[in-house]
Design a protein around this ligand. Structure first.
Ligand code: HEM
Length: 451
């Protein structure tokens, strides 16, 4: 221990091994009980050596106050970066800052207005082609699968507009699904990496990535060559200029497109799925939400000017992300030693913000497990303590797609709920399955019927 610093409670390897099986399926309870017994900060040695915390002031130091000292971890930079490219989510330092400044300008209100129309059209097409036949026959669906398909269509069309067809979208989705699976396999079972290499798993994934990249590069080249102008995110990436007036290379546009697709579909899909589950479990809140939607837009298609009237759906989504934050853990690597709230953080030991635990900490959230969208009313929000609610992260690396995501999710809720009823088909509690995002162990099975 350094002079004047407190010890961080160490979780012994033995204790971790005792819980190894449950940990590998769901480490949340293990993390939570250990944090509760300590000062909200612990040091774990398995499966990696890292410091974990659910204390707002400590998380703030990592994300905001001393953010330059805390870069993305090797897992994100190397494992994920190698698979999906060096873009906003995976890059660091000056390169990241230059990309962020430029792309941020493109996510402006004007662009979101155009994307808003793309979103509503995509949701409507999905409702007619997929949901309507399912609801007519009152079939059981896995809500997480359905929302993943819908969210992927929305982000794919927002990016590539008319330049992408159904077949290409399906290939992109398949590539991203398999690449994500590969990255998770490498993280969870790093000792099997030689086997992945020998069995040809590596090569298969590399080939798939090359096929996906080639297809997207073709879309980019065709768009540039034809001088077509479309109002989508690809156009924004092509037209965006750095401060010196230069533009991104094709490779950079490719990498940023893939990053937007990866970062922008599973997160919204999971939030929507958890929200449908919560609404089915809380019929009074569902009724209140439905009434507010009908009062705001009736049967008309929503647009950006309606968003402020759909404020209760915003509250419902915020509360849903408090209980089920898709990014349930967010990690960083310290470049230099640091002292945070009296604790010493060492270079070389990663740090992780336990967002799930932060959002369910009763110091900041009375009756933390209760679903209560009133927590996010205008007045109640003023009373929230800083850094106690971080579904989109915080500081300079806060999610660039948060307004995109909130708009999309408000539209999906409004357009689906007024037409269909979603009922859970299983009595048993839905178990958590925290992977890269916070998923449900066996999906969320629901019966969909027409209202
Ligand atoms: C409910 C939906 C979403 C949630 C909960 C979410 C959450 C997050 C979080 C927590 C981060 C910060 C990660 C970190 O600090 O390490 C992040 C970053 C990011 N998100 Fe999202 N996200 C959502 C939707 C989207 C959408 C729709 C897009 C794009 C269309 C997107 C694009 C990104 C990108 C590019 C970054 C990296 C930003 C940077 O480092 O500069 N996200 N997101």
């Amino acid at each position: 221990m350094q002079a004047n610093t407190k010890d961080i409670k160490q979780i012994s390897v033995f204790k971790t091994l005792l819980h190894a099986k449950s940990m590998s399926e769901n480490p949340i309870n293990f993390f939570q009980s250990n944090l509760d017994e300590s000062d909200g900060i612990i040091e774990c040695r398995l499966p990696y050596h890292f410091i974990l915390t659910d204390r707002p002031e400590i998380i703030r130091q990592f994300f905001q106050k001393n953010h330059k000292n805390y870069i993305k971890t090797k897992i994100v930079r190397n494992d994920l970066g190698r698979a999906i490219g060096n873009g906003l989510l995976t890059s660091n330092g000056d390169y990241w800052l230059r990309q962020r400044r430029m792309i941020q300008q493109g996510f402006n209100k004007q662009r979101l207005k155009v994307i808003s129309t793309i979103m509503v059209n995509e949701i409507e097409t999905y409702l007619q082609q997929v949901m309507e036949p399912l609801a007519e026959q009152q079939l059981e669906i896995d809500c997480t699968d359905e929302m993943a398909a819908l969210a992927f269509r929305i982000v794919g069309k927002s990016l590539f507009g008319q330049s992408v067809n159904e077949q290409q979208m399906q290939l992109m989705r398949e590539v991203i699904r398999q690449v994500q699976e590969f990255v998770v396999d490498c993280l969870r079972k790093p000792y099997l990496k030689p086997l992945y290499f020998l069995s040809g798993y590596n090569r298969r994934v590399t080939k798939l990535i090359e096929r996906g990249n080639e297809m997207i590069l073709n879309i980019i080249r065709t768009r540039k060559a034809n001088n077509q102008k479309e109002d989508d995110l690809l156009q924004m990436l092509i037209e965006s200029k750095y401060e010196d007036g230069s533009s991104m290379s094709e490779q950079q546009i490719l990498e940023e497109s893939i990053i937007l697709m990866v970062a922008g579909h599973e997160t919204t899909a999971m939030t929507l799925s958890w929200t449908f589950m919560l609404l089915a479990q809380h019929p009074t809140i569902e009724q209140q939400l439905l009434a507010s939607i009908l009062q705001a837009i009736g049967g008309a298609q929503p647009s950006m000017t309606d968003l402020h009237k759909l404020d209760y759906s915003y509250q419902v989504l915020e509360e849903s992300m408090r209980l089920y934050p898709p990014a349930w853990i967010v990690d960083r690597e310290p470049l230099e030693d640091d002292t945070v709230e009296g604790y010493s953080v060492k270079k070389g030991v990663d740090v992780a913000a336990f967002i799930y635990g932060l959002h369910r900490n009763e110091k900041y959230w009375p009756e933390p497990d209760k679903f209560d969208p009133e927590r996010f009313s205008v007045d109640n929000k003023k009373r929230h303590k800083p850094y106690t609610y971080l579904p989109f992260g915080g500081g300079p690396r806060i999610c660039i797609g948060q307004h995109f995501a909130m708009m999309e999710m408000q539209y999906v809720l409004a357009m689906l709920l007024r037409r269909y009823r979603f009922q859970l088909t299983h009595e048993a509690a839905i178990e958590l399955h925290p992977l890269v995002t916070l998923r449900a162990k066996n999906g969320i099975r629901m019966r969909v019927s027409k209202r």
